[in-house]
Write a protein that binds this ligand. Structure first.
Ligand code: ADP
Ligand code: MG
Length: 268
């Protein structure tokens, strides 16, 4: 019975997904070994792994921006065959349309889908407010700080009310202070809306702080080596990062990652 319940609640299923890149002279790079991952509705999954282990490759395949060499991805039980508005993507940086204002960037997907203008304006207004961007609607991205650009990118993704939010090191280019504030802002949104989120990071504290589950990947070719539930209570504030429970998780994940980083360094 519990199996049937899990099946029903699965928002996303990654089944035996691998990716092999062919080199210019016929060599092969196995970026991702066959990987299985099930994400339940309303889960906040962070994927933690060393650089080059295939995290972005996995996320791009889920987004439909790349095709797997084997396996398949199911979203709400339906195979993913390309990009779609049911998946909202946020990358590390430089993803806003530089010639569009903040408001136009947030409205982009709504316009593509011909949402009525009045409704577009309401949705844009809501996310300007929730992301602390009120007053910046008519600014261009280059007039904003890195943190505000990322808030705009998140607002743009959320405005489409996606089934799942796919985030690839979204705070990776921000300074530590801004990064910590962005983590709290995103978590606050998740605590209110219970979005389903798949969030890639190589920052251990970030992975624990945000997640209901941390998935650890091995060095290339990446595969999932650990799947660690994070039972820290909500709402979470930054002060939780100094609790014994948080530190116990950090110690465990640090060890998992350290082994992988050593292996990755040896592999060159
Ligand atoms: P991560 O995001 O974990 O840092 P990536 O998914 O970007 O890792 O890359 C995994 C591996 O696949 C790396 O060795 C990378 O060089 C390789 N790779 C990624 N994209 C391509 C591509 N388009 N062509 C060839 N190799 C690629
Ligand atoms: Mg990456």
């Amino acid at each position: 019975m519990s199996v049937a319940r899990t099946e029903q609640a699965a928002k996303l299923r990654v089944e035996g997904v691998s990716r092999v890149f062919l080199g210019p002279r016929g060599g092969e790079t196995v970026a991702l070994a066959p990987t299985d991952l099930t994400v339940a509705a309303n889960d906040f999954i962070t994927i933690l792994g060393p650089s080059g282990c295939g995290k972005s490759t996995l996320l791009r395949i889920v987004a439909g921006l790349d095709r797997p060499s084997s396996g398949r991805v199911l979203l709400n039980g339906k195979p993913v065959i390309g990009p779609g508005p049911d998946r909202g993507m946020v990358f590390q940086s430089y993803t806003l349309f530089p010639w569009l204002t903040v408001g136009q960037n947030i409205a982009f997907g709504l316009r593509e889908r011909n949402v009525p203008t009045r409704e577009q304006a309401d949705i844009v207004d809501t996310y300007l407010g929730r992301m602390g961007l009120k007053g910046f609607e008519h600014h261009l991205p280059r007039q904003l700080s890195g943190g505000m650009q990322q808030r705009t990118a998140i607002a743009r993704a959320l405005a489409n009310d996606p089934d799942i939010l796919l985030m690839d090191e979204p705070f990776g280019a921000l300074d530590n202070q801004t990064r910590a504030l962005m983590q709290e802002l995103l978590l606050d949104i998740w605590e209110r809306d219970r979005k389903t989120v798949l969030f890639v990071t190589h920052d251990i504290e970030e992975a624990i702080f945000m997640a209901s589950r941390v998935v650890v990947m091995t060095a290339r070719p990446g595969r999932i080596k650990a799947d660690v539930p994070v039972d820290l209570p909500h709402p979470r504030r930054y002060t939780i990062k100094t609790t014994p429970e948080f530190n116990a998780l950090k110690a465990r994940l640090t060890e998992e990652i350290r082994v992988e980083a050593v292996l990755a360094a040896q592999a060159g």
